[in-house]
Design a protein around this ligand. Structure first.
Ligand code: HEC
Length: 119
C-alpha cells in the first residue's frame, strides 16, 4: 500500500510526460513539410498577388506597367544575387513603393526571381 502511494504521483508524471512527448512529436510531424529554405513557388504565388500590378512577374502574365523592369530582366542583370534582389525590394528605388514583407517572404521572392535567371 505504501509503495502504491509513492508510485502514484510518479505514474501521473510519467503519463503527463508521455502525453506531452506525443503532442510534441505530432507537432513536429505536422510541420515537417515546411522547411526554412527559401521557396520559389511560394515567392511566385506572392509575386502574382503583390507585385504583378506593376511588374511582369511571369511568362503567364500579359500586362504590366510600361518601364517597370520584368522579373526576368531583374534576374538576368549582370552579377545579380538573391541578396541584391532582397535589398532592392526592402529598400526600393522610387517610384517602387515600400511593401511590408517578412524576411521569409523576401527570401521566397528573391528565390523566385533568381529562378528566372537564364545563365
Ligand atoms: C507600384 C508599382 C510596383 C510594385 C507594386 C512593385 N514594384 Fe518593384 N519596381 C517598380 C518600379 C517602377 C521599379 C524600378 C525602380 C527603378 O527605377 O530602379 C521597381 C524595381 C524593382 C526591383 C529592382 C530592379 C532593378 O533593376 O534592380 C526589384 C527587385 C523589384 N522591383 C521587386 C519587386 C517585388 C518583389 C515586388 C512585389 C513584392 C514589387 N517589386 C512590387 C514598381 C513596383
Amino acid at each position: 500500500m505504501s509503495s502504491y502511494k509513492v508510485l502514484s504521483p510518479l505514474c501521473v508524471f510519467a503519463l503527463l510526460t508521455a502525453a506531452l512527448l506525443l503532442c510534441l512529436a505530432s507537432d513536429v510531424e505536422a510541420q515537417s513539410p515546411v522547411t526554412n529554405e527559401p521557396d520559389a513557388d511560394r515567392g511566385k504565388a506572392l509575386a502574382e498577388r503583390v507585385c504583378s500590378n506593376c511588374h511582369l512577374v511571369s511568362d503567364n502574365q500579359t500586362e504590366a506597367v510600361a518601364d517597370v523592369p520584368t522579373f526576368r530582366e531583374i534576374a538576368n542583370q549582370q552579377h545579380q544575387t538573391p541578396g541584391e534582389v532582397m535589398a532592392r525590394i526592402a529598400i526600393p528605388a522610387h517610384p517602387m513603393p515600400v511593401i511590408p514583407l517578412t524576411k521569409r517572404e523576401l527570401e521566397d521572392l528573391a528565390a523566385y526571381i533568381m529562378s528566372l535567371r537564364s545563365e
